[in-house]
Design a protein around this ligand. Structure first.
Ligand code: FE2
Ligand code: FE2
Length: 191
């Protein structure tokens, strides 16, 4: 498989694992099996924000979508939709952070329910977005991109020279991911 596609799929899996972890913890908190761990919630949201802003979406927006549009005019609507979904994701993440701040400040059941709803809304959005990318976008790029396109895109995706995707950034993300995994109680840890 092309390196860039492998990277996208691995990053989707990682996002899905984080969201599952947060969801499971929220369920246990709602059932009074766990105490809320605000530091962990902030760590997950911070990871999602930086991961998506600096790492995942820019690669799709800058390299994959424009090249597909060049090769396949039918992909215009789909890639524009996906770009808009990226923007919407940032708004939903903002909502998640705001509801978490309210929950931390006031700590009531109502605020906890609001935060839970925001987690659910974000989870549903991200799941659907990844589903569309994997089931509609990836088959199109596989069909229309040329070998030269793949060489270039694979190089960009795995480039260590770019400060955005460099080794230091990767190491920072690995460290943050490990931290969250270690802090999340069983059975919700990321292993
Ligand atoms: Fe995306
Ligand atoms: Fe994606």
């Amino acid at each position: 498989m092309h390196t860039s596609l492998l990277i996208i799929k691995q990053e989707h899996l990682r996002l899905a694992a984080l969201l599952q972890c947060l969801d499971g913890i929220m369920r246990d908190v709602a059932a009074a099996r766990l105490e809320p761990d605000f530091e962990l919630y902030y760590a997950v949201i911070g990871y999602l924000e930086t991961f998506l802003f600096r790492y995942h979406h820019p690669k799709e927006d800058q390299f994959l979508f424009p090249r597909l549009r060049e090769r396949c005019s039918d992909a215009e609507a789909l890639t524009r939709d996906l770009e808009q979904q990226h923007e919407r994701g940032y708004v939903l993440l903002d909502g998640l952070r705001n509801s978490l701040q309210m929950y931390e400040r006031h700590g009531g059941e109502e605020q906890r329910d609001d935060f839970e709803r925001a987690v659910h809304a974000y989870h549903t959005y991200e799941w659907e977005h990844m589903r569309i990318e994997e089931s509609e976008l990836l088959p199109l790029v596989l069909e229309h991109l040329t070998e030269d396109d793949w060489r270039e895109i694979d190089r960009e995706f795995s480039s260590n020279a770019d400060p955005l995707f460099g080794e230091e950034t990767k190491e920072e993300f690995r460290r943050l991911f490990r931290e969250i995994a270690n802090r999340a109680p069983a059975p919700h840890g990321l292993g």
